[in-house]
Design a protein around this ligand. Structure first.
Ligand code: ASP
Length: 439
């Protein structure tokens, strides 16, 4: 496997970062130059800019994103099967599984609570004028309706639980949003493998190990395109968003982004220190590529292969542990998403003039945790579920329109703690299982 600590790969991390900065600066600059004022007529130059962003730049970004998604199914299946089969006993799988779930639930609830606390302190809704709120709502009403339609189709918890067991495993592997089905199948098959004599499963294990190594190799090639892919993805968002909408729902934006940055820099960093034994310097040195990938793809799923690679190559976590934790974490453990949901629900409740009591706030934390587990690790994956939470606590889901304009940037940012929390969980479990990590 390539070693990302080598100079060639270190410069890749720097080049990706450069791509990000170039994309963002160029996008914002062109937007500032050509975009109409909110509610104003689009100029011909702006229409042209949108055309270039959508039709020429975005396809290159999508190409990079799709290359990452392309290797997700083989990596999820092989790493989980080999991870579980490699753990050797159903008892050990159970212990790791229990600790992993404790981590997921504990950190997600902590993040959601921090989100609520911040909104209660900052009260961003008090700082937005009703006229501006009405204007933004009108502009994004259509998009909000789409998310609400998605929410109305969503199932209750029991139905969601039933759907974890796929009725057709090939179908489950065919949809990136249904990866839980594939995960379940790989886990069960891996457990079954621990019940057969090792000789009977040796050929399959070797085969899947090869498939896994090949997929990681392909991932390495895809990452070579990351500087360009990242520049294109970020340019597209920046050119279309600009800074206007951010100014309008500014305080919400500042609260959500501030909360996410605080959670990442203080909470995740402290967890990495206490549980993973990594000093902040060491931790962030190892995570640079991971963070930029999460930020630019806005997808835990697309980032998952990089998360595994980071844990194994950068920090020396055993493949079985990383291969067990990351696929589960990429679909179930979303700290940033839970924090964002807490902030958004409370903010929109304040906009609607509804002050949630302590009991309702507890309900929001519970729902944020459950929906963060249920959200797909794709860009905007949590938005339909956020609409569900709003409906459950009696806040009109149409208000979602208010925050959609800035959601792309918040989404990119919340994906960072979503994946770094998985990484720290795998470091913690590696140490608990007695595997020394790279200093
Ligand atoms: N984009 C997030 C992720 O993939 C999901 C979300 O919060 O919408 O982790």
């Amino acid at each position: 496997m390539d070693d990302p600590t080598q100079p060639a790969n270190r410069s890749l991390a720097t080049r990706i970062l450069l791509g990000l900065v170039v994309g963002a600066v160029a996008g914002v600059a062109l937007n500032l130059q050509f975009a109409p004022a909110l509610g104003g007529e689009k100029s011909a130059a702006y229409v042209e800019l949108e055309w270039w962003a959508d039709k020429i730049v975005k396809p290159f970004g999508d190409l990079f994103l799709r290359l990452l998604f392309m290797v997700v199914v083989p990596i999820v299946f092989c790493s989980l099967f080999l991870g579980v089969a490699g753990l050797g006993s159903v008892g050990k799988v159970g212990r790791l599984g229990r600790l992993t779930m404790q981590w997921f639930l504990g950190t997600t609830a902590l993040a959601a609570s921090l989100g609520l606390l911040l909104v209660a302190l900052v009260r961003p809704a008090d700082r937005i004028s009703p006229a501006v709120a009405a204007m933004v709502q009108e502009q994004y009403a259509g998009q909000a309706q789409e998310k609400i339609a998605g929410a109305q189709q969503s199932k209750n918890w029991l139905e969601m639980l039933v759907e974890i067991v796929p009725d057709n495993v090939v179908g489950a592997a065919g949809d990136n949003k249904k990866l839980l089905g594939l995960i379940f199948f790989a886990l069960i098959l891996g457990m079954a493998a621990t019940r057969l004599p090792p000789d009977r499963t040796r050929v399959l294990r070797e085969l899947l190990e090869t498939l896994y190594d090949l997929s990681i190799k392909v991932l390495g090639w895809a990452m070579q395109l990351a500087p360009l892919g990242v520049a294109c993805l970020v340019f597209h968002s920046a050119a279309k968003l600009g800074l206007d909408v951010m100014r309008l729902v500014g305080w919400y934006f500042v609260t959500a982004m501030g909360g996410l940055v605080l959670y990442q820099l203080v909470v995740v960093t402290a967890l990495a220190w206490w549980f993973g034994g990594m000093s902040p310097r060491r931790f962030y040195r190892g995570c640079r590529t991971l963070i930029v990938t999460a930020f630019s793809t806005s997808s835990s799923g697309a980032t998952m292969p990089t998360t595994i690679r980071t844990a194994v190559d950068e920090f020396g976590a055993p493949k079985e542990v990383a291969g067990f934790v990351m696929p589960l974490g990429a679909t179930m453990n979303m700290n940033g998403t839970a924090l964002f949901e807490g902030v958004s629900v409370l903010f929109l409740a304040q906009v609607a003039g509804k002050d949630l009591g302590l009991g309702e706030q507890m309900l929001v934390i519970g729902l944020a945790v459950l929906t963060a587990i249920g959200a797909a690790g794709v860009p905007g994956g949590s938005l339909p579920l956020l609409a569900v939470v709003l409906m459950r606590v009696g806040v009109p889901p149409e208000l979602l329109a208010l925050i959609l304009g800035v959601d792309r940037l918040v989404d990119m940012t919340r994906t960072i703690p979503n994946v770094t929390s998985d990484l720290v969980c795998s470091l913690w479990l590696s140490r608990r299982e007695g595997h020394p990590l790279k200093a």
